[in-house]
Every structure is written in structure tokens, then in C-alpha cells.
Design a protein around this ligand. Structure first.
Ligand code: HEM
Length: 507
């Protein structure tokens, strides 16, 4: 009997706690009403749920209808918080005003990178490494990238004298892209280590899958969800610990040898060209030749962050380009094959140079169209970091802390920005406007924009082009009898990745 009373009392306590939280959240939301000239809040029928269901179920319709009814800037109520959506007019205001809006802060609310990787200085250091070393020295890296792309294709697709079915092209593309990227990040000495390559292939996924937990507690208050999902992290558990260990095990002997060689050879020592060496050139990280004074954790976290930024993004892009090419084979394959052959002839079958890759103009435009075409409906959540509120050029105001996302659909469907039939895939629309895939313009948001636009885009585009160029010359590719879904499907604002097997056969 006593036990029963205890259980009942326990239940009552829990219920009272939850009701208390709901009331507190409700009161706090009421008290947070501001006197600002806020964008219109789109009408919703059910309190608490707001637009969450339609945002998850049919985001496209919700965004198109809201845009039509409420104009370019409006707000939705999703998972317990108000989110402002801006269209094509205001998108670049958000990207430009980095004193007032931060993507890093917005992204942190989805994946708390600061708790996983630490070392806040790393974000800037990585941007600098990618900008100065990876992209700045891309011309010198092309030969290595190319050799590794060819090796990776041989390893993961290989000779296909008989038709060969690749059941999961998405996974195969991760396996392929990981090799050249690992080579330029950790260098020749350890990029081929089996464990290291596995870390390059899987780190992003071990991180993302943890944050697929539906934010149910956000209905009470988004803060509550944030606190609950980050508890294990704050108590020392980390989803990337095993990857950090692998990275440390592999780089430690390499670093020791490099320091030794540098000390021994003096000016005659030639520094390797890779991101690992960029960290070692920083006197805060490697103050002298003593391996015991190296800040190994900093380097391992830096490498982890670079893997997160580069692998899934590039391999997803390459997969999508390949599917688009197979899906539109009749229209484009032959023409792109001819361009590939022409360039191959001009360089006598020798290695491609940066200039050769730049001359693949039809492929470049195809890649850009493919990336444009697979954009999410709404993306790049930026947190308003103004002191108390921000006033848009259109007069609307949002309070500090508000998440403002970009309506990609509005930019992508606009005829003035995209040219004729913006909702259709037209591979040469960018070639006709003389706009290469790495160029940031008002009509192309895949790489963000402004000061913080993706610094690695030239590397990604060059890798995708080299990969597709080699595939065009070597194989014929078709689907595994299944149609690649003509109509794109979405989960919330994100396109559901296509997963159809592909058949490769030597030409
Ligand atoms: C198709 C492939 C890629 C896509 C679609 C992509 C997309 C993006 C986007 C949208 C951003 C945020 C931009 C903004 O804040 O406005 C970003 C940032 C970044 N990307 Fe990429 N990226 C790709 C490949 C790469 C590669 C290969 C690297 C590295 C080698 C890289 C390194 C970075 C870094 C370091 C940042 C952080 C910039 C910052 O916070 O200031 N990305 N990327």
C-alpha cells in the first residue's frame, strides 16, 4: 500500500512539474511579446503545434502559400519557436550583415558544435587554412587530387567489363571523395591508413544521427530541448571521441617525424603541403621542435571540423550530379562526353591542369544547375545577434535571438534571377550567363554568401568535375531498372536523398 502511495505521489509530482513548465513557458512567451514591428505571423489553427505539422509534412506548400499571402518576409511557429523566413529581396541583407546575423550561431542550435569540438579559435583558423592553403594552392594540389580520385574510382567502381551494379551510390561516393580529401588534409604519410579513412567516411554521420532526436520538448520551450540533448556532452561524453582517438594515433608519429626532420635538415627541409602542416606552422600549436609541447587536441579537433565541413557536402553534391546526368541521359550525356573527350585530347591523355578543368564549361554549368536544383526549400538558419533588435530594409523588425531562415524556393523559382522556366532543370542556364559554379551571385545560394560564404567551394567543384569527367570517359552508366524519382520528395525543408542503384559498364 505504502509503495502504491509512493508511486501515485511520484506521478503527481511529475505531472505538476510538467504542467508547471508549460505554464512557465506560456507566461514567458506572453512576456516576450514585443512592441516591435514584427513580420506577419502566418495564421495557424492549433496552439502549441502551430505550423510544425505542415512544415514537416508539406513544407513546399506552406512556404509558397505563406509567401503569396503574407509577402516576402513572414514568421512561422515551428517546434515551439517563432522562426522568420525571408525571401529573395532580404536574403542578401542577412548574408551581408554579419554583425547582426550569424549562421554559426543559428547552426549551433541544431548541432552544438562548440560542445563537441571546443577550441572556439578553430573556426577562424579552419576558414583561413581552407582559404589560404586549400584554395590558394589549389593549382599545386590538382595533380594529387586527380591521382587520388582515379585511384579511388578504380578501388570502389573498378573495371566493369561486365555490367556492375552499385547498390548504394551515395555510400560509394563517400568512399571515393574521402580519399582525395584525406590526402590534402592529413597528408601523404597517413591518409591511406584504414582507420583514418574510416573516420573520414563516418565522422559526419556519427555526429548528425545524434541530433535527429525530434525536438518534442521544444513545444514546452526550445531551451528545454537544448538542455536535455546536450546533457551527455556536458558530462564528458562525445560522439566523436573514437574518431578523435584514431586521428591522434595516426598524426602523432607523423608530427614527431616532421619535427625531427625539420630540426635535422634546417632550411633544406621541404614542408609538406597539407592542412596538418598548416596547424604545425602556428607557434601557438607547435611552439618548438619538442613533440611534448604540441597541442594535439587542437589539431585533432581542427581536422574533425574540416572533415565535417568537406566530406558529406561534396559527396552529396557529386552523387546528385551523377543521378541528374543519368536521369537526363538522352539530353546531356553525349554532349558532355564530347566536351570531356575534347579536353582529354587537348592534354594528350596527360594529367588535367586547373586550366583544363576550367575549360569544362558545359560540365561546370551542369554541376551548378544540379546543386541549385537540389537545394532545400528553406535553409541557412541565421541567429539575430543584434543588441536588442534588428530593423530590415523593408521596415520589419525582429528581436535579438530570433532565427531567420532563407527562403531558397523564392530565389530558385524567380524568373528574373534564374532566366526562363526557373523550375525546370536546364543545364546550360549558368553557361549562358557566363557564371561558373564557384561564383556567388544573388541567384545561387548553395554556398551561402557574403564574408562567410563557403571557403571550400573551389575544391568541392573541382573534385566533382574531375570525378564526373573520369566517369564520362570510362563508363556508361544507367539505372538499376528503377526510375530515379522524377518528383522530388522532402522531409521538412530538406530533399530526401535519392537511393537508386546504378549500373556501370566500361565504354
Ligand atoms: C558541395 C560542397 C559544399 C557545400 C554545398 C558547402 C556549403 C557551405 C555553406 C552553405 C556554408 C555556410 C556559408 C555561410 O555561412 O554563408 C559553408 C561553410 C564552410 N565550408 Fe563549405 N560547402 C561545401 C564544401 C566544402 C569543402 C570541400 C570545404 C573544405 C575543404 C568546406 C569548408 C567550409 C568551411 C570551413 C566553412 C565555414 C565558414 C565560416 O563559418 O565562416 N566546404 N559551406
Amino acid at each position: 500500500m505504502e509503495k502504491l502511495i509512493e508511486i501515485l505521489l511520484g506521478d503527481i509530482y511529475i505531472q505538476s512539474f510538467i504542467i508547471g513548465l508549460i505554464i512557465a513557458a506560456f507566461l514567458s512567451k506572453l512576456s516576450r511579446r514585443t512592441n516591435l514591428n514584427e513580420p506577419p505571423l502566418v495564421y495557424y489553427r492549433f496552439p502549441v503545434i502551430g505550423h510544425t505539422w505542415s512544415y514537416l509534412k508539406d513544407c513546399d506548400k506552406l512556404i509558397l502559400e505563406s509567401r503569396e499571402k503574407y509577402g516576402e518576409t513572414f514568421s512561422l511557429y515551428v517546434f515551439g519557436q517563432i522562426m522568420t523566413i525571408v525571401g529573395k529581396e532580404t536574403t542578401h541583407e542577412i548574408l551581408r550583415k554579419d554583425q547582426d546575423f550569424s549562421f554559426r550561431e543559428g547552426f549551433r542550435m541544431q548541432i552544438p558544435m562548440h560542445l563537441i569540438f571546443g577550441h572556439p579559435r578553430l573556426v577562424e583558423e579552419n576558414v583561413k587554412i581552407v582559404r589560404d592553403f586549400v584554395v590558394g594552392k589549389l593549382k599545386h594540389l590538382i595533380s594529387r587530387l586527380q591521382k587520388n580520385i582515379i585511384n579511388a574510382i578504380d578501388l570502389h567502381i573498378g573495371e566493369c567489363v561486365e555490367p556492375k551494379v552499385i547498390r548504394y551510390p551515395r555510400k560509394t561516393l563517400v568512399d571515393i571523395i574521402a580519399i582525395p580529401v584525406a590526402n590534402i588534409i592529413v597528408g601523404e604519410e597517413c591518409y591511406n591508413n584504414e582507420d583514418m579513412l574510416e573516420t573520414f567516411k563516418t565522422l559526419t554521420f556519427s555526429l548528425i544521427k545524434l541530433f535527429r532526436i525530434p525536438p518534442i520538448l521544444s513545444f514546452i520551450h526550445p531551451w528545454l530541448h537544448q538542455q536535455i540533448i546536450t546533457i551527455p556532452l556536458r558530462f564528458g561524453w562525445n560522439p566523436i571521441s573514437k574518431h578523435r582517438k584514431v586521428i591522434l594515433n595516426c598524426i602523432k608519429p607523423v608530427i614527431e617525424k616532421r619535427l625531427n626532420d625539420k630540426k635535422r635538415l634546417g632550411d633544406a627541409w621541404v614542408a609538406p603541403l597539407d592542412a596538418l602542416q598548416c596547424y604545425l606552422n602556428d607557434p601557438n600549436v607547435a611552439p618548438d621542435f619538442n613533440p611534448n609541447n604540441i597541442n594535439y587536441d587542437y589539431i585533432a579537433d581542427g581536422i574533425g571540423r574540416l572533415i565535417f565541413a568537406s566530406i558529406a557536402t561534396t559527396s552529396n553534391g557529386a552523387t546528385r550530379v551523377l543521378y541528374d546526368l543519368v536521369e537526363r541521359k538522352q539530353q546531356y550525356w553525349q554532349e558532355l562526353y564530347q566536351e570531356a573527350q575534347e579536353i582529354n585530347k587537348q592534354c594528350n591523355g596527360n594529367e588535367l591542369t586547373s586550366d583544363d578543368i576550367a575549360r569544362m564549361v558545359k560540365l561546370d554549368s551542369f554541376v551548378k544547375e544540379s546543386l541549385r536544383f537540389t537545394s532545400p526549400i528553406v535553409a541557412l538558419p541565421h541567429k539575430c545577434i543584434s543588441k536588442s533588435y534588428y530593423t530590415f530594409a523593408n521596415g520589419y523588425q525582429v528581436p535579438s535571438g530570433r532565427i531567420v531562415s532563407l527562403n531558397f524556393r523564392d530565389t530558385n523559382n524567380d524568373e528574373e534571377l534564374q532566366g526562363k522556366n526557373p523550375t525546370e532543370f536546364y543545364a546550360y542556364r549558368h553557361l549562358e550567363r557566363n557564371s561558373p559554379a564557384t561564383k556567388l551571385e544573388r541567384n545561387f545560394l548553395t554556398f551561402g554568401g557574403g564574408k562567410h560564404a563557403c571557403p571550400g567551394r573551389a575544391l568541392a567543384i573541382n573534385e566533382i568535375k574531375m570525378f564526373v569527367h573520369k566517369v564520362l570517359l570510362k563508363y556508361d552508366v544507367r539505372t538499376d531498372n528503377k526510375e530515379i524519382e522524377a518528383k522530388k520528395r522532402y522531409l521538412g525543408p530538406f530533399p530526401v536523398p535519392v537511393n537508386v542503384g546504378l549500373v556501370f559498364e566500361n565504354r
